[in-house]
Design a protein. Structure first.
Length: 175
């Protein structure tokens, strides 16, 4: 009789259920927090790439601007945007693999310009085709990647570094 009352007794069951559920709830909370941080970082670096492309595209003049000035403007804008977002610009890396865009002038593959940092700036590249075989819009492409390290204990993602890639393209504005 006593063994039957022990089996049907449910005093303390809440503590056992809490001990099972609480670690899983905290793990979900950590995951939401760290993925939110990654999403926020992605937004910041994408904004930096857009600012770089905008700065590189704005001062374009087909007869008077040297490409290195355009590259320097784009690079400086990316650095400033990363600093405003409280990110370390020295942690930015070249994208891997590098974007393959062709030159507007002769259709040859355009490599990343040698900017002062690890930001890939491709100036005077074809952004789109018109569909009838002709050249599309000519523009600038800015791309780079930035590291993010997860901290998610008791998972395979703990202390794992992932690379978030940012890329922006803008049409060159002529005067």
């Amino acid at each position: 009789m006593k063994s039957r009352s022990l089996v049907s007794d449910c005093h303390g069951a809440e503590i056992a259920e809490t001990a099972v559920v609480l670690p899983m709830a905290f793990m979900m909370l950590f995951a939401v927090f760290w993925f939110g941080q990654a999403f926020s970082l992605y937004g910041a670096i994408t904004h930096a790439a857009r600012m770089g492309a905008r700065a590189g595209a704005a001062p374009y003049c087909s007869t008077c601007v040297v490409a290195s000035t355009t590259t320097l403007n784009a690079y400086t804008a990316v650095q400033n945007a990363l600093q405003v977002a409280k990110l370390d610009p020295s942690r930015a890396q070249w994208p891997s693999p590098q974007p393959t865009l062709v030159s507007c002038a002769d259709g040859t593959p355009q490599l990343c310009s040698a900017s002062p940092g690890n930001v890939c700036v491709q100036d005077g590249v074809q952004l789109s085709n018109t569909g009838n075989g002709g050249a599309g819009a000519c523009g600038i492409s800015v791309s780079f990647r930035y590291p993010y390290q997860f901290w998610l204990p008791f998972t395979s993602q703990n202390n794992r570094r992932i690379w978030l890639t940012a890329q922006a393209r803008m049409r060159l504005e002529t005067r």
